[in-house]
Design a protein. Sequence first.
Length: 425
Amino acid sequence: MRVLRFSDTGQAVQLLQLALNRASFGPLQTDGVFGLRTLEALRRFQLSRGLGVDGVAGRRSHEALMPWYTGYLRHRVRRGESFFSIARLYGADAEAVVLANSEREATALRVGELVTVPLPFAVVPTEIDFSAVLCALCVRGLRARYPFLSAAAFGRSEMGRPLWELRLGSGENRVLYAAAFHANEWITAPLLLRFTEELCAAFAAGGRIFGHSASELFSYARLCLVPLLNPDGVDLVTGELQRGERYDAARAMAAEWPSLRFPADWKANILGTDLNLQFPALWETARAIKFAAGVTGPAPKDYVGPAPLSARESRALYDLTLAFDPALVLAWHTQGEVLYWQFQDYAPPAAEEIVGSFAAVSGYRPAATPYSASFAGYKDWFLQEYRRPGFTVEAGRGLNPLPLEDFPEIFRRCLGILTLASLVT
């Protein structure tokens, strides 16, 4: 995590402000501007932790704030303590503490051992912009809170950032969800992470999600979720990437397209390749269409790359899909509130019924993919190669990147699709 000082701006400052609010050193507006109120709150936090009170969020301050970044802390057991007393000490839920430490005997805590304590707030924030760092923090926090959730990096971005996959469930119905192919569609990343968190919480409590038993869902399905396929591009759009060689190259590339806002209209990965135009499903046709439109080299959007799967991120998702062998895939994009479910007029026999059920629970409209975008997409390749149901969901409506104010409504309308996808095949 980078060092933050007075007058800094961007997503990293939003994350700092969020952590200070969670730690009760606010209230701060999470506006991404390191102003006087943020400075004072950070100084008070540093004083409370015995740190140097310099108002700079450096390594030691970030380490001290880590529980409020990730949603959990590690408590060293003292004599006479129990899970219940430890939970009460931090205002945490005792059952959540027991779950997070399910490998331990509740009656046999040893003095000096470390106990994981989930803090009393949701891990996944939906009130600040997203970034690769925030994704990693969410993955870490969810994994600590829900030991039955597995997490791993299945690849790396062009800048070396991990591409995370989350897995849960033990059933035979394998479903793969992937989000944030396009940088300015980053709101789909917290969409998948918030779904993961709510599903895990429902399963832990023996509850339901969108009217369905979470326990039965876990028994029926095995889910693989990729929340952030394009971390470098997302960091560019949300302001986490503000300087350096990669930033300068992206800015120079965008200058060749003056009609596009920079960085708000950036869709590609950091090298200027559109990750959803990289799959071997009539890729040559996609290249001809985009070249005819003037996109013949790296660009903020619509460049197909020099060859299929030449981008590290697209290749990693391709390899993950081959290894996971899903019965159904869902690719998450914004915007338009439509559901694409065919490739070249082909769809498996069950697909029309499934897309109808998705439409019924969301109000989104099944549609034919526009010709100019009908080739080389992830969903296209899956339909072509597997002959199994695959869908692209264009969530929300408006101008990308969609504002966070839209997130509650997007999540409400997409929750049914997210849930039913694990049960329908």
